[in-house]
Design a protein around this ligand. Sequence first.
Ligand code: HXC
Length: 257
Amino acid sequence: MTQVVLTEVHGKVGLIRINRPEAMNALNNNVVDGIGAAIDTFEADENIGCIVITGNEKAFAAGADIGFMKDFDYMHAYKTDFITRNWERVKTARKPVIAAVAGFALGGGCEMAMMCDMIFAADTAKFGQPEIRLGTMPGAGGTQRLPRAVGKAKAMDMCLTARMMDAAEAEKSGLVARVIPADHLLEETLKAATTIASFSLPVIMMIKESVNRAYESSLNEGLLFERRVFHSAFALEDQKEGMAAFVEKRKAVFKNR
Ligand code: HXC
């Protein structure tokens, strides 16, 4: 049986490849459980400082698998905790997760990308929330994360008309961090992930947690959270090392503690 999720380790970066090319990487339970298992492995590995999720040149993922869910009824979706049970493992990762998107990121694919901490897009990327065409709606965070990323007007437009947004518009609107020529997407994403992973792991995690607070709390609460975590960073050996290295004009050697 083909493995629908492949993993590789590139130095201190864990790479997860969604591998259902025959179905445009549509996300069924095998795929999403596989992504979750890969995240579990990379989170447990002290050597890994950053995780990248990617698809292939045609699709990051063209959505939740329509065939897989078409006969679900309400009780099945509710009792199995559809989406929450396994998809949200991406959201709960404590190490940074970058989505490297080429081709289609539609429906649940766009939502999976938005669960990541940032999206790097190939110039071929196309984002969309076309669920309305199927008689359903975004259900993996699309109605919540898309307006936070691109604003209400464009989020309404995309969710209600099902139109796609190309990479240039996605970057202009704030959905993606970088647009990269498709041939270099993985290389450039791994390079950025390697830079992140070269820093102190506890600091990486503190920064990720603090930036995420910006979405989940008022400004005052977020600032308070940031200040407390910032103060706690003075307890790190890596802070002593990082600042000493600067003063001594040498490269810091972080020990992740
Ligand atoms: C299951 C899918 C799929 C999907 C594509 N395929 N998307 N199978 N679920 N979401 C399959 C096709 O059926 C086809 O299989 C094969 O992948 C290739 O796709 P084609 O349509 O032949 O390719 P193309 O003409 O290039 O069109 C690409 C496409 C189109 C524009 C991406 O496939 C498309 O519109 N897909 C559906 C997009 C969508 O509606 N996504 C939202 C899903 S709902 P065969 O066997 O025929 O070769 C969703 C719910 C989210 O995500 C809420 C909670 C997660």
